[in-house]
Design a protein around this ligand. Sequence first.
Ligand SMILES: CC(C)(COP(=O)(O)OP(=O)(O)OC[C@H]1O[C@@H](n2cnc3c(N)ncnc32)[C@H](O)[C@@H]1OP(=O)(O)O)[C@@H](O)C(=O)NCCC(=O)NCCS
Length: 293
Amino acid sequence: MAIQCRVLEGFHRVPFSRFTSSHTNHRCDRESGMVMIGAFVDDRPAGLAVVLCNADNESALLESIFVDPSARRRGAGRRLLETTEAICIDRSIRTLRGSWYHDAPSASSIGSLIEACGWSSPEEKSTVHRGGRRVLEHLDRTSRAWRPPEGFRLESWSDLSDTEIESLGPLRGRNEIPLGLHPEGESMLAVSASTSVVLRRDEEIVGWMLNHLIGCETLRYSSLWLRPDLIGRGFGISITIESSRRHLAVVDRLPRLIFHVSRDNDAMHRFVQRRLMPGIERSSRLLVSERVL
Ligand SMILES: CC(C)(COP(=O)(O)OP(=O)(O)OC[C@H]1O[C@@H](n2cnc3c(N)ncnc32)[C@H](O)[C@@H]1OP(=O)(O)O)[C@@H](O)C(=O)NCCC(=O)NCCS
């Protein structure tokens, strides 16, 4: 049995597309840093690894790894991972990271593979919660209407003009907003204009809850940002609830929701436990592991 792994370009990718999600295939077509590495067993497509290598980054992300069930436990997964690592080393990348959900069907095989290949012990980075109408109705029923303090008001994302949306760019540098919490941090998914909200103090934008559409029926509660001096005053929870009320108004069209809470966000963990748990359908811990190259 011969195993070979190589980078796939153009139409050579087609026979491997079934080894990853349509979302990842779509990203591979559009994002320049996405590299597809195919595994051939006896010259036949048998597996795929996808890695995101951005030219200006010292770390890369293993987006997906999959070996056809009929070809497993014969070394293809290990070869895919070794080839991915070699490609990263060629590009002067120092760390390769991967993540997966603790309750995914593949969790134990992925965990065993990366352990066998010398990656670090998996660490929990965040929890991903999923739900639907029930969680929105529960939150609506158990929450009072929010009265913003004097000078503050909440607006729908759909009320922002194009010029105002452009003005959020420089805000990022001024307030040191992490890319993941800024509208520019998501280039693939559309902002849900009817459910995302911005918080204003007088005319200045000082916070937001951005939601993105995943597929045609899921809303991701993606980025909750507040100007640092406003943290700890209950604004975050309030604008989350107001965003969820806007979601409830369109829940027939968007029946699913998903959101991450990072491990250190104690206030949000408490909020989820006390206020949302009766409606949450599934909570998965996101595990992260890495290999220093
Ligand atoms: C994880 C996966 C890629 C491993 O591929 P593979 O070709 O079977 O892996 P290898 O044969 O190279 O295994 C290398 C080592 O990893 C470990 N390992 C891999 N799969 C394992 C399993 N199911 N149980 C225990 N150990 C396992 C073993 O130590 C193995 O060495 P060994 O066979 O000498 O004991 C494969 O099981 C898979 O595709 N699973 C589904 C992953 C998935 O759903 N991905 C999509 C989301 S990212």
